[in-house]
Every structure is written in structure tokens, then in C-alpha cells.
Ligand binder design. Structure first.
Ligand code: SAM
Ligand code: DTB
Ligand code: SF4
Length: 348
């Protein structure tokens, strides 16, 4: 079905493509066997050619230029047993994330409702856990998932590792998507996190997939990695079969108290390159322009939308750090001439 759609769309694009260096065959290709050098070559293409290539893919695979608005809420904040060096919530780091109690079902669903009324159609809930805890906290998570789905929104959870049985119960509760990022390349992984392995991340993703839940899986740039690391991360993501339905591209938010607190802000054009390359590699995935938008100018964000980002986190805060406010995001989308993905909203 998708292959047929690709063919038809490419026929529509023939005339356009004739006037570029990009051939029809190169435009929208659904592959799971990208090599490291192919991915690196894409990342390092002249920017104009890269964005043009990504645009062709984006406009043909995801017509309409709709941008999904996803709101985030931290349900359980801080005290996490993992040592992720970027994260304010790790117990190994000295960031101050105190003062946020664990949230119960009702306030979470109130926040989801408010997010829907503000225009979001996906609600993502986070637990700062190494792995999902059984008992009351998990029962509450299931109730939150059911409640978000009853609002007619997509529900996403990020809560660390999980068992097969937990994945199945989340699927039964109606969970749309589970977020579990690879964060960085396999080669750079130990420089960023030592309390779990890259392989464990992949195994969790496999359990989520087997339960029939879609995957939200991406990474972070700006943590001192090389361009080869970025290519290697994207290669692993794009060789997952099927591709993750959602691919968040985060720029490091250098939080005080973390080992990465002094790292300089990432060059915005590097975000454009990551987004564009992710779009080309994973034509049908939602590529999310995620953390770090406060460090990006309006123009840089619009360039990211042009390069194929079709989702943003929407709402004044991410998990523990701030995000552009709703009014400025509405203006941004209007100025870019793109529409929020209102169609996904189903009245309950
Ligand atoms: N415990 C969950 C897990 O293991 O996946 C964690 C949720 S975590 C906070 C979700 C993702 O947010 C991380 O995997 C990372 O990619 C991203 N993230 C966390 N802190 C960040 C920061 N300071 N800057 C950019 N991205 C960050
Ligand atoms: C993702 O890749 N980024 C979001 C979401 N998935 C869960 C989280 C970003 C967190 C940024 C730092 C913070 O607010 O603590
Ligand atoms: Fe824990 Fe997730 Fe933060 Fe790592 S990213 S310290 S696993 S909350």
C-alpha cells in the first residue's frame, strides 16, 4: 500500500524532480538498511540540497504540512536510579527538581483535558524511573492512559524499562505510544549513561513493539558527540523495522547540576540537519522537534519545520524545564503557514 502511494506521489513529482539533482528513485524510499556512510553523507550534504531533499520526501510522504501538538507532563519527578548525564532527574546529578509531588490520576487528567482544550492531540506522561514499578503506581498509570484515551487524545508514556506483561497491560489500557529514546550512538553510549546498556534499550523497544504499542524513539544532540555518532544514532533508528512511528530530536537543555551543564548550545543548523536527515531516512515517521526549542530562533524552528519536522512539544513546560509558551507557538505555526493537526482530535 505504502509502496503504491510512494509510486503515485513520485509520478506527481516527476516534473519537479527533473529540475533538481535528486532523482525520482532517491526521493521517498522506505529502507531499513541504511549504511553509516550513507547516513553521514546525508547529514553532511550542502544544507540547501539536504533541506530540498528532505522537503521532497516530506511533502510527498506527509502531505498537508500538518504539525502535531503534543503536551508533556511529569507525573513522577526526580530521584531516578539511572545516571543519564543530561538529565535533571537522575539521583546522581545535583539539579534541583524538588517541590514536585507525584501526581495522582485526577490532576493528571485535568491537565490532559486542559492540553486538549489548548489544541494538543497527544498527551505524554513521564515517570523518572529506571523501570516501571508494579502495584499502585502502575495501576494509576493504566488509569491515566485510559483517561487520556477517553478524552480522544493519543496517549504516550515514558517510564523506563518494562516487562512483556507490563507492555501488554499498557496496550490493553489503550496506550498509543511508548517513549524510550536511544539518546546517542551505541559507540558514545557509555560516555553518557553507565547504569544501563544500549542493548537493554533495544530490548525494551522490542517488548513495546511486540505488545502492539507504537514506538517513540529518538535522541539528543549537543552532548559533545561527533557527526559520526549522530549518523550512527540515526542509522540504528532507521534500521529498526518498522521505523519508530515517532522520532523525537532533542537539543540538549544544559541543566544546572548535571555533568553537561557547561556545554555550549548546539548550533541551530545542526538541528536542521538532524531533522532533515531523520525525515529522509524515515519518511513516514513523525519527526518531533523536541527539547531545546527555547534556544532556537523563530527562523531556525521554521527551517526545522521546512526540513520535515511535523510535531512539536506544546505547552509551557517539558518535564522539568521550560518550553516556548502556547501563544508564541500558535504565532509560530501561523507565521510558518502550517496547520496544527486538529483532525486527530476525536470528541469523546
Ligand atoms: N525514564 C525514562 C526513560 O528511561 O526513557 C525517561 C524519560 S526522559 C526524561 C525522556 C527523554 O527526554 C530522554 O530519553 C532524553 O532523550 C530526553 N531528555 C531528558 N533530559 C533532557 C535534556 N536535559 N535535554 C534534552 N533532552 C533531554
Ligand atoms: C523526548 O524525547 N523529549 C521529551 C519527551 N521525549 C519525553 C522530554 C524532554 C525533556 C527535556 C528536559 C526536561 O524538561 O527535564
Ligand atoms: Fe531517569 Fe529517564 Fe532521566 Fe535517565 S532520562 S535519569 S532514565 S528519568
Amino acid at each position: 500500500m505504502k509502496d503504491l502511494r510512494v509510486k503515485l506521489l513520485n509520478i506527481d513529482l516527476m516534473t519537479l524532480l527533473d529540475s533538481t539533482k535528486i532523482t525520482n528513485a532517491e526521493a521517498v524510499v522506505l529502507r531499513h538498511n541504511w549504511s553509516l556512510s550513507e547516513v553521514k553523507d546525508l547529514l553532511e550534504k550542502p544544507l540547501m540540497d539536504l533541506v530540498w531533499h528532505a522537503q521532497i520526501v516530506h511533502r510527498s510522504a506527509n502531505p498537508g504540512y500538518k504539525v502535531q501538538l503534543a503536551s508533556l507532563l511529569s507525573v513522577k519527578t526526580g530521584g531516578c536510579e539511572e545516571d543519564c548525564s543530561y538529565c535533571s532527574q537522575s539521583m546522581y546529578n545535583g539539579s534541583d527538581v524538588s517541590g514536585q509531588p507525584n501526581l495522582s490520576i485526577e490532576p493528571v487528567l485535568e491537565r490532559a483535558k486542559a492540553a486538549k482544550e489548548a489544541g494538543a492531540d497527544r498527551f505524554c506522561m513521564g515517570w523518572a524511573w529506571r523501570e516501571i514499578r508494579e502495584g499502585q503506581p502502575f495501576e494509576a498509570m493504566l488509569a491515566m492512559v485510559r483517561g487520556v484515551r477517553e478524552l480522544g487524545m493519543e496517549a504516550c508514556v515514558t517510564a523506563g524499562m518494562l516487562t512483556e506483561n507490563q507492555a501488554e497491560r499498557l496496550a490493553e489500557a489503550g496506550l498509543t505510544s511508548y517513549n524510550h529514546n536511544l539518546d546517542t550512538s551505541p559507540e558514545n553510549y557509555e560516555n553518557i549513561i553507565t547504569t544501563r546498556t544500549f542493548q537493554e534499550r533495544l530490548e525494551t523497544l522490542e517488548r513495546v513493539r511486540s505488545a502492539g504499542i507504537t514506538l517513540c524513539c529518538g535522541g539528543i544532540i549537543g552532548m559533545g558527540e561527533s557527526v559520526v555518532d549522530r549518523a550512527s544514532l540515526l542509522k540504528v533508528l532507521s534500521t529498526l523495522d518498522p521505523h519508530p512511528e515517532s522520532v523525537p530530536i532533542n537539543a540538549l537543555v544544559a541543566v544546572e547540576g548535571t555533568p553537561l551543564e557547561d556545554l555550549p548550545a548546539v548550533d541551530p543548523l545542526e538541528m536542521v540537519r538532524m531533522v532533515a536527515t531523520a525525515r529522509i531516512l524515515m519518511p513516514y515517521s513523525r519527526v518531533r522537534l523536541s527539547a531545546g526549542r527555547e534556544q532556537l530562533s523563530r527562523e531556525a524552528q521554521i527551517l526545522c519545520l521546512q526540513a520535515g519536522a511535523d510535531s512539536i512539544f506544546y505547552g509551557d513546560s517539558l518535564l522539568t524545564t521550560s518550553n516556548p509558551d502556547v501563544v508564541s507557538d500558535k504565532e509560530l505555526l501561523a507565521q510558518a503557514g502550517v496547520q496544527a493537526n486538529w483532525d486527530h482530535i476525536v470528541d469523546s
